[in-house]
Structures are given as structure tokens and as C-alpha cells.
Design a protein around this ligand. Structure first.
Ligand SMILES: Cc1cc2nc3c(=O)[nH]c(=O)nc-3n(C[C@H](O)[C@H](O)[C@H](O)COP(=O)(O)O)c2cc1C
Length: 155
């Protein structure tokens, strides 16, 4: 019997949200948007610079809320690629609850550079979780058959 599923994502400009909704429509369970208390600037150059600084300083922005992770067995976790890795709010999310023993199935959207360190960094950040093979998508250009193969392979 499959355990309870959560699809959690952070999205700055909507691409990861779009992909998360598609995944959720297939795998079901609960859908959770990770939101920061302090909104990121709308200006692209400002967010680029701020994200670079946050990565360098290992900053974890405060989140509006956390779901009850203990209620789930399997967590699809979506992030945009920011500076070759997962977005800073994901760091807050992963630090904000006990993910040990949980199955984490990561996905990311990117602007052409691919996943880079996104998935390996999630693995390193969650040594006590079972981190499955990630799925990287250019912006929001999901190929349905490819996505289904990934879900069937990792679910
Ligand atoms: C702060 C910041 C850093 C980014 N760094 C990268 C990167 O290192 N590699 C890449 O391919 N795209 C990068 N991008 C582009 C985003 O990963 C891409 O547009 C993504 O699909 C955005 O997802 P979202 O709409 O869910 O926020 C960056 C975007 C931002 C805002």
C-alpha cells in the first residue's frame, strides 16, 4: 500500500508551480506551495543578486508555514535552479522538519543550465532520507511521456 504523498514546491516566477501542478494531477496526495515571509524582489537583477548572497551566506529565509511532514511518506519536492542549486527557500523547508526515513523525489526547473548541483545538493542536505532520481525541466516545457516515465520509475 503506497504511503501518503505530498507535492511541495517553491516557485518564484511560476514555472515550478506549473510543473508541480502537473505532477500532482498524476500522483495525487496534497499540494503545498512553499512561501517566504519576506517576498523576493520582483526585479530580476535584484533577485539574482540577492539569491547569490543568500547562497554564499547559507541563509535560510523564514517560511510562512510548514506542512506536517510526519504525516507523509513520500515527498515530491520542486525547486527552480538558483545559482546551480536548489532555491534558498528549499533549504529552509528541508531544515524545518525531520525528513529522516522519508522518500524525497526531487524535480527542478531551470533556464537552460540543467539541474547542475540541485539534486546532489539535496542528497547531501538530507543524508537520512531516501533521495530518488531527480527530474529536470527546462522552464515549464514538460514532455508528458517523459514525466510519466520518471514518475513510474521513482514512485
Ligand atoms: C535567482 C535566480 C538564479 C537562477 N540561476 C539559474 C541557474 O543557475 N541555472 C539555470 O539554468 N537557470 C537559473 N535561473 C533560471 C530559473 O531556474 C528558471 O527560470 C526556473 O524555471 C524558474 O522557476 P520558477 O518560475 O518556478 O521560479 C535562475 C533564476 C533566478 C531567479
Amino acid at each position: 500500500m503506497a504511503g501518503k504523498v505530498l507535492v511541495a514546491y517553491y516557485s518564484y516566477s511560476g514555472n515550478t508551480k506549473s510543473v508541480a501542478e502537473k505532477i500532482h494531477s498524476i500522483v495525487g496526495g496534497d499540494l503545498f506551495e512553499i512561501k517566504t515571509v519576506q517576498k523576493y524582489p520582483a526585479n530580476y537583477n535584484e533577485v539574482i543578486n540577492l539569491a547569490k548572497k543568500e547562497k554564499a551566506e547559507n541563509y535560510k529565509p523564514q517560511l510562512v508555514e510548514m506542512p506536517d511532514i510526519s504525516a507523509y511518506d513520500k515527498i515530491y519536492l520542486g525547486s527552480p535552479v538558483w545559482w546551480y542549486t536548489f532555491a534558498t527557500p528549499i533549504k529552509s523547508f528541508l531544515a524545518g522538519a525531520d525528513f529522516s526515513g522519508k522518500v524525497i523525489i526531487p524535480f527542478c526547473t531551470h533556464g537552460g543550465g540543467g539541474a547542475a548541483e540541485t539534486f546532489s545538493d539535496i542528497k547531501n542536505f538530507c543524508p537520512d532520507s531516501v533521495v530518488k532520481t531527480g527530474y529536470a525541466i527546462y522552464e515549464r516545457s514538460v514532455k508528458p511521456s517523459e514525466m510519466e516515465n520518471w514518475i513510474n520509475g521513482e514512485a
